[in-house]
Design a binder for this molecule. Structure first.
Ligand code: KIV
Length: 267
């Protein structure tokens, strides 16, 4: 397999080859540039931006314009990495026509490559309509944050009936033409079973290592967001402490008149 950057049309082949897909969320050009240099396969402009960056309680108040702003920024930073953009709450659930118009706006105004939307059976006609119009779609099942008021932030698919519903939803999304499915907060055995039953890849978050890829929220895995510690999250750095330390040292030096010193001043 060549080392050229991944394209969305390569996803099934990557799954067949057994090469894991690596996805991270990204909301701005600067991090996009760094993540592309790190060789991350796919960037997700998640509506989690509404919590992580905008400080809102949930993803529900994210707007289409907000997603387009962040997606266009990410695209300017990562020119060679496939970028998936979350369709925000109510931008695709009201009617298929609105979904097509809004998803079309996302791709046309950002030059990103696919949209992601949440939900199973109820979303199948929408997914099929988007794909029919040339808009690649990534599905999202299990805990779907836009339904937090209904589900609570809990592991999904633990009962026999909800596990069966997840299996059916995953197959229906694949049949409707979805390019991949994010599985969030799903028991490992069920996520593994669903992954083996599909030809399209699954990308897990809190769904164990039997998925075809993994996604994490960048600010969580960097330890920038140190107030969020779910079981599935592994922190690869502890940057919150380092940011506070650097800002504290800067403040101390400014207050003491030590910064700027001669080396950081113009003659
Ligand atoms: O918005 C987001 O960050 C997501 C991930 C949790 C998969 O959808």
């Amino acid at each position: 397999m060549s080392d050229r950057p991944l394209s969305l049309s390569d996803l099934n082949a990557r799954k067949r080859d057994g090469r894991k897909l690596v996805m991270l969320t990204c909301y701005d050009a600067l991090f996009a540039r760094l993540l592309e240099r790190a060789g991350i396969d796919l960037l997700l402009v998640g509506d989690s931006v509404n919590q992580v960056v905008a400080g809102r309680e949930s993803t529900l108040s994210a707007t289409l314009d907000q997603m387009i702003y962040h997606a266009a920024s990410v695209r300017r930073g990562a020119l060679h990495t496939p970028i998936v953009v979350d369709l925000p709450f109510l931008s695709y659930q009201v009617s298929i026509e609105e979904a097509v118009r809004n998803a079309g706006r996302v791709l046309a105004e950002t030059d990103c490559h696919a949209v992601k939307l949440e939900g199973g059976a109820a979303m199948i006609p929408t997914v099929a309509a988007l794909v029919d119009r040339g808009i690649p779609v990534i599905g999202h099942l299990g805990f779907t944050p836009q339904a937090v008021n209904l589900l609570g932030p809990r592991v999904q698919g633990r009962s026999a009936s909800s596990a069966e519903q997840l299996r059916l939803d995953a197959q229906a999304l694949a049949n409707a033409g979805a390019s991949a499915i994010v599985l969030e907060l799903v028991p490992r055995a069920l996520a593994t079973e669903i992954s083996s039953s599909l030809t399209i890849p699954t990308i897990g978050i809190g769904a164990g290592n039997g998925c075809d890829g993994q996604v994490l929220v960048l600010h969580d895995m960097l330890g920038l967001n140190d107030t969020f510690s779910p079981r599935f999250l592994k922190r690869y750095d502890e940057q919150a402490g380092r940011v506070i330390d650097a800002a504290t040292r800067y403040a101390t030096e400014v207050r003491r008149g030590e910064y700027p010193d001669d080396a950081h001043s113009f003659e």
